[in-house]
Design a protein around this ligand. Structure first.
Ligand code: ADP
Length: 418
């Protein structure tokens, strides 16, 4: 019996919509199989997937009542209708299988089914056949319209299969990324822990030697101490990110003045500012002290990291401004420079651990890409937020908020601005 055209289109439309709405590929493909049988007025339908290695087809989707019987069944490429469709990449209609040698009858015996007629179309992915979609046993002859319907359903089935494959790939990539991240964290934790002790010894002994030896080797010992101290800083940075992630780091809050931290930190960069000829200014709105309960040591590290970057990535004669402001719920601190700026594509990633805009091979500045990730960790420990706004060639502004009252969590931060 021919199906009403409008009904047919409605069903196809409904199935097309199901592609994005359907929760799982399995259910969706099963519904495509039923629809293929229904819309071509066939007894049943099945979807065969081609395996390049064994050069055979296996049944990917069949009606549930045939599922167990065909679970391990294979259809050969040679001597089967599926093989012909696959190799010729063309639809095939066989109205009477007894008169056509291309029918592979072994599956009938296996399933207890009697194939009389077949309509099959290739499943095509990126221009290549990947399987075959077949309908069986229409009372009348298969028509041109049946071919179109089956081809439409075949292309929906291929898309659903591809979506499913991509989803599985994404899932396994995420799993892999999580595993790699775990390994990286373990590596950082172990390395920073193991490096601390020998480095402490080097520093201790070098400091001791400095007192003992004369001025002849003073410069060399100073170089040892300076570089060992630098290594210590790097290890501390690594450890502070790791400690936060493993819950090992504590915020020791005391009532401190953020205005004073701003002044102290900017004073500590006096030498660097002078040698680069950069104008460094501080501006505390209304001359407030900006009292707040925080771990002053950690916030000083945050500000140092931001200021060091601002001075590093600003050319001679540039300007850096640190601003502090009391708002009802937060203390807002920003570090603004008119330096190199950060390309829009890199901006969302600058707070990632080890991320640097320039690659390690081409970069002219030192650093390990840890300063901002440490800053972010420390601000978030305080229930605060930190973000960056920047324009390449114009400059950057890094801003952080600290809750003035700990019970008040800040709202979402403003979006990244390129
Ligand atoms: P590093 O210690 O290597 O500088 P950070 O985490 O502090 O690492 O910064 C990551 C990267 O972000 C830097 O390598 C730099 O490319 C970019 N960056 C940070 N601050 C600024 C800034 N004020 N101006 C331009 N680029 C910056």
């Amino acid at each position: 019996m021919a199906i009403d055209r409008v009904k047919l289109l409605e069903r196809l439309f409904e199935i097309t919509r199901g592609l994005s709405a359907s929760v799982d590929a399995e259910t969706y493909l099963q519904s495509i199989i039923s629809a293929a049988a229904e819309l071509t007025a066939s007894e049943t339908a099945s979807l065969l997937e081609y395996d390049e290695v064994s050069q055979e087809f296996s049944f990917k989707f069949v009606p549930w009542f045939h599922r167990d019987a065909v679970k391990s069944a294979k259809v050969p490429l040679e001597g089967s209708a599926a093989g012909w469709i696959f190799l010729n990449v063309k639809p095939l209609a066989i109205d009477d299988v007894t008169k056509d040698s291309r029918h592979y009858s072994k599956i009938d015996d296996l399933v207890g089914f009697k194939t009389r007629s077949i309509l099959g179309v290739p499943l095509i992915l990126h221009g290549r056949p990947v399987g075959v979609f077949e309908a069986f046993n229409k009372k009348d002859k298969y028509t041109r319209e049946d071919i179109l319907v089956l081809e439409t359903l075949a292309s929906l089935a291929t898309t659903a299969l591809q979506n499913d494959m991509l989803e599985k790939n994404i899932f396994s990539s995420q799993e892999e990324a999580r595993e790699l991240d775990k390994l990286k964290n373990e590596f950082i934790a172990i390395t920073s822990h193991e490096l601390r002790t020998p480095l402490g010894l080097i520093l201790g002994h070098a400091t001791f030697l400095r007192e003992l030896i004369g001025s002849e080797f003073h410069e060399q010992v100073e170089a040892i101490i300076r570089n060992a101290s630098r290594l210590k800083e790097i290890i501390e940075s690594l450890a502070s990110v790791d400690n936060y992630e493993t819950g090992g780091s504590l915020v020791r809050s005391r009532r401190v003045s953020v205005a004073r931290i701003i002044e102290d930190v900017s004073a500590s960069f006096h030498e660097m500012t002078k040698s680069k000829g950069i104008s460094l200014k501080t501006e505390i709105k209304d001359g407030r002290e900006l009292w707040v309960d925080i771990d002053g040591g950690k916030i000083a590290i945050v500000l140092s990291n931001l200021l060091k970057n601002a001075l590093t990535f600003t050319n001679e004669g540039g300007h850096v401004l640190i601003r502090g402001e009391q708002q009802p719920e937060y203390i807002v601190v920003s570090v603004k420079d008119d330096g190199l700026g950060i390309p829009a594509k890199d901006l969302p990633r600058v707070f990632d651990r080890f991320y640097q805009v320039e690659s390690h091979l081409t970069r002219r500045h030192g650093g390990m890409g840890l300063g901002l990730s440490v800053a972010k960790v420390m601000i978030e420990m305080h229930g605060g937020r930190i973000w960056a706004e920047s324009q390449e060639g114009v400059g950057s502004t890094f801003t952080f908020l600290l809750p003035a009252n700990k019970k008040n969590e800040p709202e979402s931060p403003p979006p990244f601005v390129g």
